[in-house]
Design a protein around this ligand. Structure first.
Ligand code: NAY
Length: 292
């Protein structure tokens, strides 16, 4: 089973103004993201505020996404959780709902033995019956899997690849060299140009909710050997990301999409909405690139 496409948005989770999930608004967000040429969605991950939600809330969002878009675009369900039981329940749902793949961060909070992490991934693969992408995000998950351990995990044919949300392009290149048949997606948006040049199979990121076309442009330009064009596109993304990092990535993205009329609502505490100053900076940037 192949995973079609290369550029996927790490989807925000629409909420109301009180921070309750609003599955009824998933469709509008998805249509907006896809209108910029993005190839699919990666739902219920970091950008989706998933660790702040119950299993039922995550299931409602994953169901709304599948009902809206399964079979029309590539859908990847992030099902990672602190407990195998939670992850397996969501993996079963993804299998039933017509997702193309599942993905999971290593089990977090406790420091687990490697063998237990392996068992967690095998349980998810068994439950979903779908290709599984390891979500490597050591800065947030607390688990920094070595190159050898990632390669060992990928020996399981059900593991389709890695979403690599870190900044080590050397490790990224080593993984690609040792496992060229696996999918390696890059998740640090501000460095996508480097990963594309290093042979990435694509990118999955938060800012793709708003400017997914920019990453398509970087990818296409690198494939064509046009480094100047790739650099110009990446520059647009990075001017935005510099502001976003000051504003707060998830609150900042939600602010921008709300301004564009895409109702993604508020964030869930302890996240808080962007400050007045950050909102002004974001609005000025959007106006400067004619996003309105
Ligand atoms: C996900 O599952 O939501 C992601 O893939 C998150 C990827 C983001 N990384 C983090 C640490 O949240 O898109 C990136 C990130 O927001 C961007 O590169 C700006 O730093």
């Amino acid at each position: 089973m192949d995973i079609n496409g290369s550029v996927f948005a790490a989807m925000l989770t629409p909420m109301n103004d009180q921070g309750d999930v609003a599955p009824e608004n998933v469709g509008v967000l998805v249509d907006h993201i896809l209108s910029r040429g993005v190839h699919g969605l990666y739902a219920s991950g970091s950008t989706g505020e998933s660790v702040l939600q119950s299993r039922e809330e995550r299931a409602a969002v994953l169901t709304a996404l599948a009902d809206h878009a399964a079979g029309k675009t590539t859908l990847i369900a992030h099902v990672g959780a602190a407990s195998t039981r939670e992850a397996v329940a969501l993996a079963e749902l993804a299998g039933e709902k017509g997702y193309d793949a599942v993905s999971a961060v290593p089990p977090y909070y406790y420091k687990h033995r490697y063998e237990d992490i392996v068992a967690y991934y095998k349980a998810i693969a068994d439950a979903s019956g779908l290709p599984l992408i390891i979500y490597n995000i050591p800065a947030l998950s607390g688990t920094d899997l070595s190159t050898d351990k990632l390669l060992e995990l990928m020996e399981d044919p059900r593991i389709a690849g890695v979403k690599y949300t870190a900044q080590d392009l050397f490790q990224f290149g080593e993984l690609k060299k040792a496992a060229p048949e696996k999918k390696l997606y890059f998740g640090t948006d501000e460095m996508f140009i480097g990963a594309a040049a290093a042979g990435a199979d694509g990118g999955i990121g938060s800012t793709y909710n708003l400017i997914g076309d920019i990453y398509l442009a970087v990818e296409t330009a690198i494939a064509a050997g046009d480094v100047d064009r790739a650099r110009r596109a990446q520059r647009i993304a990075n001017d935005f990301i510099a502001i976003l990092l000051r504003a707060g990535v998830v609150p900042g993205l939600k602010h921008c999409l709300n301004q564009l009329g895409v109702p993604v609502g508020s964030v869930r505490a302890p996240f808080s909405p962007v400050s007045v100053e950050a909102a002004k900076e974001l609005d000025a940037w959007m106006a400067s690139v004619n996003l309105s």
